[in-house]
Design a protein. Structure first.
Length: 78
């Protein structure tokens, strides 16, 4: 009897999903800080740029790219 299984998707155990979850969570935290905890003192440190908001948006966008990548090109596990 052969012990060969049909290939299936890695799903939640794909490292891209884990990376997307972590980066997405930190992105959401930074977006919240940028929207609700932005002070003039913090803006003075960055040259009047809301660094938390922009970094959070970039991280959220990167998380979305990782999720799309994992969905469109799944890893086949045997």
């Amino acid at each position: 009897m052969s012990d060969i299984r049909a290939p299936h998707k890695a799903g939640a155990f794909d490292v891209r999903n884990v990376i997307a979850a972590l980066v997405g969570f930190y992105g959401i935290v930074l977006i919240a800080l940028g929207l609700f905890a932005d002070t003039a003192a913090e803006r003075a440190k960055t040259g009047d740029v809301n660094a938390n908001l922009w970094a959070g948006l970039a991280m959220a966008a990167m998380a979305i790219v990782f999720v799309l990548w994992a969905r469109l090109r799944p890893v086949a596990v045997q």
